[in-house]
Design a protein around this ligand. Sequence first.
Ligand SMILES: Nc1ncnc2c1ncn2[C@@H]1O[C@H](COP(=O)(O)OP(=O)(O)OP(=O)(O)O)[C@@H](O)[C@H]1O
Length: 262
Amino acid sequence: MMTFLQLNKASIRRGGQTILKNISLSIGLGEQVAVLGPNGAGKSTLLKMLSGDIYPLYRRAPAIRLFGQERWDLFSLRHKLAVISGALQEQHQQHPDCAGLNIILSGLFGSIDIHENHCVTAAQKKAALRIARELNLTKLVKKTVNTFSSGELRSFLIGRALINEPQVIVLDEPTVSLDVQARAQFLQNIRRLAQTGRSVILVTHLLEEIIPEITRVIILKNGRIFADGKKEKILTGAMLSRTFGLPLRVEKNKGWAALKLK
Ligand SMILES: Nc1ncnc2c1ncn2[C@@H]1O[C@H](COP(=O)(O)OP(=O)(O)OP(=O)(O)O)[C@@H](O)[C@H]1O
């Protein structure tokens, strides 16, 4: 299997603190992985490293390879790897007049909204409309950001990612603030992506977001890998009680899991 991410004793220091400590990890292309951990564990920092936004400390042997490469240019990386985060959603909320279809198309340019200098071809527009249809967004393509619910906007952000046909989609706590119905719809869309062979990497502290297609779970705690393995082995009451430091149990139902206080 080709690897998407290879970390070899990667460390990140910020503000005088070591936030990630000697992380070694390999994720194959096509693997579906959840990264779980308590607040402050280093999940967002790991995400920034695997999306190419921050580099680990220099070592003689490369500490990070993405798609087998030590160095990359962010623009071409964005076409292979899409990140959907709360920050991206907030950026869009500052552009209330941006139309749904333009959110999808803007992924081609790495911009927010489409501007005069962007040249969108008929084929690109057709592709964006097809993606909107697949995500059940056709009725909303002409509507603007200020009329969207959080769930609708987040689904458009998936569309924005898909226009580049990325091999890997990274999601950062994607269903926070979504209501039950919006969450179900969003997770359904993510499941469909996972079923088409793309890698879905989900960073979260909510077990309820872990779609059945995810087969591997990595637990981060205090900047280190606390556990890494098959989902069935990792998502147990004993393991998660040790992770979060209180007595917990896991309820499993048809491939989904929920965390409960004991
Ligand atoms: N730029 C920075 N400068 C200094 N410290 C930082 C910086 N970014 C993060 N940290 C610290 O690093 C630790 C890990 O932060 P990170 O945001 O990666 O955790 P997280 O697991 O994503 O947490 P959460 O679940 O709360 O989002 C925290 O203690 C945080 O305060």
